[in-house]
Design a protein around this ligand. Structure first.
Ligand SMILES: NC(=O)c1ccc[n+]([C@@H]2O[C@H](COP(=O)([O-])OP(=O)(O)OC[C@H]3O[C@@H](n4cnc5c(N)ncnc54)[C@H](OP(=O)(O)O)[C@@H]3O)[C@@H](O)[C@H]2O)c1
Length: 277
């Protein structure tokens, strides 16, 4: 059972599990804020695995809609975990690099202390803590900087702007790792098969700043647009982002899983998007 099936990651999960019995749900099928509806859908099919990829993901929006952020991302996740406990279903919960403060400077390991600097990060951090109490065998998969077909994402935005302007400014003081949704969906399927539990960090391999990422998108897409590095202070946003949020792949490697580099992933994204394949 996939919650968030209409989202960027959810659409790839639906493709990934097309050969399995799958129940794909969007907010219209079951709102995470409606515990009785959640219990009914989970009890109705008693899924072996639930992947909770639904969330209120507007990081800036969360700052002004605190109740919605905690209602969906924290309380909603708790409702799903409680229903999963009743049916004995295993749960994978999608979490984020934004629950770290970004001060570490070397890749974050799963046991590093959560210290979110945004409401979105706080809502996910609280969900993690509660889920580990409710379901000791929960698998929490932290990922970062998702991009892929079928929705708004950083490369889609850069491609659109690069096609319209001779120069674009992109922040060079946020370092993390882009993650291609088809690669993450495949990793999540493998984690189910390996009966994973605990906290796992899953991103494409390597790291870059937003500026590096944009530069590579423009270069690979063949645009002559100039990408200019700027600081986050030049682009004030409602939510703060960690300056450094690279996630160590050690937990994934422990399951014998290795994800491709973000450059390899970007090449595949552009090949599909640019040719319309
Ligand atoms: N995007 C990123 O860069 C990123 C980075 C790190 C972690 N994550 C995490 O990865 C997961 C997938 O992210 P994504 O980018 O694929 O998300 P997304 O594209 O924003 O999709 C969100 C999904 O959640 C559903 N949803 C929203 N509110 C809901 C509610 N109240 N009840 C039930 N469903 C609801 C949406 O359904 P409707 O279409 O019906 O609204 C949609 O299917 C999330 O847990 C997110 O926090 C994302």
């Amino acid at each position: 059972m996939v919650f968030g099936a209409s989202g960027l990651l959810g659409q790839e999960l639906v493709k990934e599990f097309s050969g399995e019995q799958l129940i794909a749900l969007s907010s219209k099928d079951a709102d995470l804020r409606d515990p009785s509806r959640l219990r009914a859908v989970i009890r109705g099919s008693r899924p072996e695995w639930i992947i909770l990829a639904a969330a209120y993901t507007d990081v800036d929006g969360c700052e002004s809609n605190r109740d919605l952020a905690f209602g969906v991302n924290t309380q909603g996740a708790i409702h799903v975990a409680q229903a999963a406990r009743e049916t004995g279903s295993r749960l994978i919960f999608l979490s984020t690099d934004y629950l770290f403060d970004g001060k570490k400077g070397v890749p974050y390991v799963a046991s590093d202390t959560r210290n979110p600097i945004s409401v979105y990060g706080e809502s996910k951090a609280q969900a993690e803590e509660r889920l580990l109490e409710i379901l000791p065998d929960v698998c929490i998969v932290r990922t970062s900087w998702l991009f892929g077909p079928g929705g708004q994402c950083f490369p889609a935005m850069i491609l659109k702007i690069a096609a319209e302007r001779p120069e674009i400014a992109v922040v060079n003081d946020q370092r993390g790792c882009p993650t291609f949704t088809p690669d993450l969906a495949s990793t999540l399927a493998q984690l189910c098969r390996k009966s994973a539990r605990g906290i796992v960090h899953a991103t494409n391999s390597g790291e870059c700043t937003r500026y590096d990422f944009a530069t590579e998108i423009v270069r690979m897409a063949g645009f002559s647009t100039v990408v200019r590095p700027v600081s986050s202070a030049d682009f004030p946003r409602p939510a703060r982002r960690p300056a450094y949020s690279v996630l160590s792949p050690a937990t994934l490697e422990a399951y014998g899983i290795e994800m491709p580099t973000w450059q390899h992933a970007l090449r595949r994204y552009l090949a599909a998007d640019v040719t319309g394949a």
